[in-house]
Write a protein of this length. Structure first.
Length: 347
């Protein structure tokens, strides 16, 4: 029986053809992330990965998942979605490497009310760029078109990364009093604290297209600077020997994250005068009237990763990391105590 004027899935707001077009569009981007261990391509019901082909003998798997938070709102409002995928990858793989793991593959979840193929492709191409920079294969994902759930061009992103290490290679391990704290510079705000950032911008009275008050370009572009990827550099340092722990400085800032890698009874002593506070954080602090304590537990303050290293390896590892392209700061040391002990001042 034929029903006249019957509803279709497209009438309900879901365009299967657009989804298929997106898969075809992003296949070249995914292909350039292929690495040893990758099996097959996009389009299957699941994604396969061969650990033996990746060179592992007795592997332990490590998994991480994360999103980009309300930084997405700035990308949506400005239409600048090309680097938000790098943020997504970085938030996952920078966490993996802190466990001592090499990121192997990545899957993304993209949800929107109305699929716009060009926009979605630009987002996924950014994800592929982040994966390529991290030596991580983009082997699958999900695009969900959900009318009624997201409005006005809104979308959401989540990422899922899996890595591996040889058994016994996990971090943190061997952290001791006297270890040195090496800070690796951030590329701005990264992907945490953006609900606060957006409130500060609102208070300032500036729009996203206004000239940036703390640097070149527009304010929106400056605040969308992508999260720095530390994977290849950090793994090179770990393989060189002497790295006891790594801490990704995300939500909670320097106050909350380094203590997570310390044994009971030890603290991080950090000299705040050992680096200059980047202009973006000074502007945020001054515009919002933030105290130093609030700043340090909200943002990375210019330090995106902290390596806890043996004191006799500190100079060599700092040199190696600089050779890998990092700006390295000797932040302080591990002492007896609890949490973080600050010396000096940032503001």
């Amino acid at each position: 029986m034929t029903i006249k004027n019957g509803l279709t899935y497209a009438d309900a707001g879901v365009d299967i053809d657009a989804g298929n077009a997106l898969v075809e569009r992003i296949k070249p981007a995914a292909k350039r992330t292929l690495r040893s261990g990758t099996m097959g391509g996009l389009g299957g019901f699941g994604a396969l990965f061969d650990l033996k082909a990746a060179g592992y003998r007795d592997p332990v798997l490590v998994a991480a998942t994360d999103g980009v938070g309300t930084k997405l709102k700035i990308a949506i409002d400005t239409g600048n979605v090309d680097t938000i995928g790098i943020d997504l990858v970085a938030m996952c793989v920078n966490d993996l490497v802190c466990q001592g793991a090499e990121p192997l593959f990545f899957l993304d979840y993209f949800a929107t009310g109305k699929l716009v193929v060009d926009q979605a492709a630009r987002i996924v191409e950014g994800i592929a760029e982040g994966c390529a920079r991290s030596g991580c294969a983009l082997i699958g994902g999900e695009t969900a078109e959900m009318p009624g759930m997201y409005h006005g061009g809104d979308f959401d992103l989540a990422g899922f990364a899996v890595g591996a290490m040889e058994r016994g290679g996990d971090l943190p391990k061997g952290v001791a009093e006297g270890d040195v704290l090496l800070g690796l510079a951030s590329d701005g705000v990264h992907s945490n604290g953006y609900s606060f950032v957006r409130r500060v911008v609102e208070r300032s009275g500036l729009g996203w297209e206004a000239p940036c008050p703390f640097g070149p370009g527009t304010l929106g572009a400056a605040l969308l600077a992508p999260t720095r990827l530390y994977v290849r550099q950090a793994l090179a340092a770990v393989r060189a020997g002497g790295v006891h722990a790594l801490a990704h400085i995300t939500g909670g800032g320097l106050t909350e994250n380094p203590p997570r890698v310390l044994p009971e009874g030890l603290a991080c002593e950090i000299d705040l005068s050992s680096w200059a506070l980047p202009p973006v954080f000074r502007w945020l602090a001054e515009t919002a009237g933030m105290s130093q304590a609030e700043l340090l537990k909200t943002f990375n303050c210019g330090i995106g990763m902290v390596a806890v290293v043996a004191s006799d390896r500190a100079e060599a590892l700092a040199g190696l990391l600089r050779d890998q392209g990092e700006t390295v700061v000797r932040l302080g040391r591990v002492v007896k105590g609890q949490g973080v002990v600050y010396k000096g001042a940032l503001l």
